[in-house]
Design a protein around this ligand. Structure first.
Ligand SMILES: NC(=O)c1ccc[n+]([C@@H]2O[C@H](COP(=O)([O-])OP(=O)(O)OC[C@H]3O[C@@H](n4cnc5c(N)ncnc54)[C@H](O)[C@@H]3O)[C@@H](O)[C@H]2O)c1
Length: 372
């Protein structure tokens, strides 16, 4: 039982390097293969990271030495690749979003249940020591009962740096679906499920220009709102105000929870940032910085948390149900923009306990020292 969980990465594009660097370093995991629609891309990433196997998705899913598939394809392929992996009897970790629509996302979760495999999906920054420290501060009552939350994600958009940014301005992306999951997954983990949303969306620029790589200078159309404003109601009674924007020269990320006894600033971007607390109400009250407690981690920590959860027979923290709820919220925001009014969010998800600070991704735990 102490052999590592054997992992295959499907999708050898931009983000796969960060994943492969982390996954090949965690002793509880062994990366056995890399797949891509473009086989040379799979081969290059496999060779760069010392992974023996590479090939097409079908080749890799047919392998006996793969327990868990890490789905790093583009959002439009997420459900199809997840379903193929489940049909091959593999557990699946997926990059956000879970799928592009509710029916496909539900089909993935139902297929996994029927096959007896487990699905995890999130931007896994939410499992890093930074956000987990904020989660523990909230749970310990550091700001009293949460009342409101303010989140801002503003910037010029990924067309300025991504070599293939078209998919980030197409259905299934835009700031809401591409960046929203970072905020919404953290919002739901920290504050519980959402019950309704009311939103407005704008497309200030109908075309964008690729800013880097071999296709730099190519103009492409924008298909989804690039500035989205949302009012969110949570089951707990908390009310949130959020902006998701690719239309600002100002780069700003903010996540502030206001409670009965103070304000908590959550380090939403990255894995290991500090939390900040403001508990006085005088104009010059100082913020207190609380460093992230826990072993530093990076992209891929969600794969490890899922693998360890499967091994221990417990649900993963970044579960398929949580990802479904986050997708349902984003689709409800999209519907609210189209309707011009509030939309009820029908799904919900169970509360998740924070990760304890002693949880160590770099430890070998399958020898009986399972860390929950
Ligand atoms: N790039 C980032 O900074 C970043 C950060 C966090 C999360 N993500 C997420 O990671 C995922 C991938 O993003 P990316 O930026 O690496 O995209 P990318 O376009 O650079 O890479 C995607 C890869 O998937 C392959 N692919 C597409 N469909 C496939 C299929 N059906 N089977 C096998 N391979 C297939 C493509 O050939 C390509 O190599 C997306 O869900 C994105 O939201 C990206």
């Amino acid at each position: 039982m102490s052999a590592p969980t054997r992992v295959a990465v499907v999708g050898a594009g931009d983000i796969s390097g960060q994943y492969l660097t982390a996954l090949t370093a965690y002793p509880d995991l062994a990366v056995t293969a890399v797949a891509d629609l473009v086989p040379e891309r799979a081969r290059a990433q496999a060779e760069a990271h010392g992974v023996a196997g590479w090939g097409s998705t079908a080749d890799v899913l047919a392998r006996d030495d793969v327990d868990l598939v890490v789905n790093l394809t583009v959002p439009a392929a997420h459900a199809e690749v997840a379903l193929a992996a489940i049909a091959a009897g593999k557990h699946v970790w997926g990059e956000k979003p879970l799928a592009l629509d509710r029916a496909s996302a539900r089909a993935v979760l139902d297929a996994a249940d029927a096959a007896g495999v487990v699905v995890g999906n999130a931007p896994d920054t939410v499992l890093g020591p930074g956000i987990q420290t904020s989660h523990r501060l909230l749970a310990e009552g550091a700001i009293g009962a949460p009342r409101t939350v303010l989140t801002l994600m503003q910037g010029p958009g990924p067309d300025v740096w991504h070599p293939r940014p078209q998919f980030l301005f197409a259905k299934g992306a835009g700031p809401l679906f591409d960046i929203g999951p970072y905020y919404l997954t953290a919002l739901v983990q920290l504050l519980g499920p959402v019950t309704s949303v009311s939103a407005r969306g704008q497309i200030p620029r109908a075309e964008r220009t690729i800013g880097s790589g071999p296709d730099a200078g190519t103009v492409f159309p924008v298909e989804v709102p690039t500035h989205v404003s949302v009012v969110t109601e949570f089951a707990s009674g908390v009310v949130g105000t959020s902006v998701y924007s690719f239309d600002s020269a100002l780069r700003r990320q903010l996540f502030e929870v206001s409670g009965a006894d103070g304000v908590l600033e959550v380090p939403v971007s990255g894995f290991d940032g500090p939390s900040r607390l403001l508990t006085g109400t005088a104009p010059d009250s100082p913020w207190r910085t609380v460093p992230a407690a826990g072993v530093p981690s990076g992209r891929g920590v969600g794969v490890l948390e899922l693998a360890r959860a499967v091994r221990a027979g417990r649900p993963p923290r970044a579960s398929g149900e949580l990802a479904y709820h986050v997708l349902d919220i984003m689709l409800s925001v999209e519907e609210s923009i189209d309707l011009g009014g509030p939309v009820r969010v029908e799904s919900t998800t169970a509360p998740v306990l924070p990760i304890p600070p002693h949880w160590d991704p770099t430890a070998r735990t399958y020898d009986g020292t399972e860390q929950t």
